[in-house]
Design a binder for this molecule. Structure first.
Ligand SMILES: [Zn+2]
Length: 195
């Protein structure tokens, strides 16, 4: 899965900006745009890419001087809208905090991780989720840092399920972002996880 960024040199009041898409988005068409035009610059902007990750696309657009860089809300709705630059309104979180993570969320995310593990290696043994993650990490099939993020989600769910743990706001957000990072990694592997 490749990512592209449309770098817009003069987009209304936001000025120099970027919008990141997946290659297969109908607005992107692997960097050819909506009309399937030949890749290249128009008077307003041009496509950057392909990139392997959303982060790489973001970094390149920032390097080119884009001040506001967002992801397409159709093909990459899971990515956070970053707060506007200083002086242009309040950060989004001040008036629209995300709902706290619930045990149901964590259970769904754990199920997504199992789906991802099955896509990587359909292990018929009845090993626990964490041991499967660790085995695949040791075997080099999942990067160690991604494996750790998966374990965060699974252990947090287990604590809620078996120990009736109440999550602090920070634990709740840590789980949410760990899950988002897992979804991003899965995208790159070509596995689409439902949010
Ligand atoms: Zn898109």
């Amino acid at each position: 899965m490749d990512f592209y960024c449309y770098e817009n040199w003069a987009h209304g009041r936001s000025g120099h900006s970027g919008r990141i898409h997946k290659g297969n988005c109908s607005h992107c068409n692997d960097g050819r745009g909506t009309h399937g035009k030949v890749k290249g610059a128009t008077e307003n902007g041009h496509w950057l890419g392909a990139f392997r990750t959303v982060r790489e696309a973001h970094e390149k657009a920032a390097l080119n001087g884009a001040r506001v860089i967002r992801t397409c809300q159709i093909c990459l709705p899971l990515e956070e809208e970053p707060p506007p630059p200083n002086g242009e309104g309040k950060p989004k979180t001040q008036d629209d905090p995300p709902p706290p993570v619930t045990l149901d969320d964590l259970t769904l995310w754990r199920r997504g991780i199992i789906q991802l593990l099955n896509a990587i290696d359909n292990d018929p043994s009845k090993k626990g989720v964490v041991s499967r993650i660790n085995s695949l990490s040791h075997a080099g099939r999942i990067p160690r840092e991604t494996a750790s993020l998966m374990v965060v989600v699974v252990e947090m769910r287990n604590a809620g399920e078996y120990e009736k743990k109440n999550f602090s706001h920070i634990e709740s957000e840590a789980s949410r972002y760990a899950w988002k990072a897992v979804v991003e990694w899965a995208y790159i592997q070509g596995v689409e996880l439902k949010p």
